[in-house]
Write a protein that binds this ligand. Structure first.
Ligand SMILES: [Zn+2]
Length: 88
C-alpha cells in the first residue's frame, strides 16, 4: 500500500456519523467535499505507511478527546462553507 493520510478516512467517518446534527445550508456533494477539505486543512495529517500504523492511529482515534477535536473542526468547516458555498 502507498502512504496515506488516515485523517481523510477518520474525518469522513466522523462526518458521516454526525451529518444530521450539523447545521449545513446545503448538503450537496460539492459542499460536502468542501467541508471535508476545510476540515482536513485545519487538522494535522496522520500519515501511515503500512497496515500496522493504520491500526495504531485508528486505535488512537477512538480517544474521545480526539473525536471531539475532529468534530469541532467539522462544525467550524460547516459554518464556513454554509456561509459561503462555492456554487450558486
Ligand atoms: Zn452545495
Amino acid at each position: 500500500m502507498k502512504v496515506t493520510n488516515l485523517m481523510e478516512q477518520i474525518v469522513e467517518d466522523v462526518m458521516e456519523e454526525h451529518w444530521k446534527n450539523l447545521k449545513i445550508e446545503c448538503t450537496c456533494q460539492l459542499c460536502k467535499n468542501d467541508i471535508l477539505a476545510v476540515t482536513l486543512n485545519a487538522l494535522s495529517p496522520r500519515y501511515v505507511a503500512h497496515d500496522k500504523g493504520r491500526v495504531i492511529v485508528k486505535a488512537r482515534m477512538m480517544d474521545e478527546q480526539m473525536q471531539a477535536d475532529v468534530l469541532r473542526e467539522i462544525a467550524r468547516a460547516a459554518n464556513i462553507v454554509s456561509a459561503k458555498p462555492s456554487h450558486e
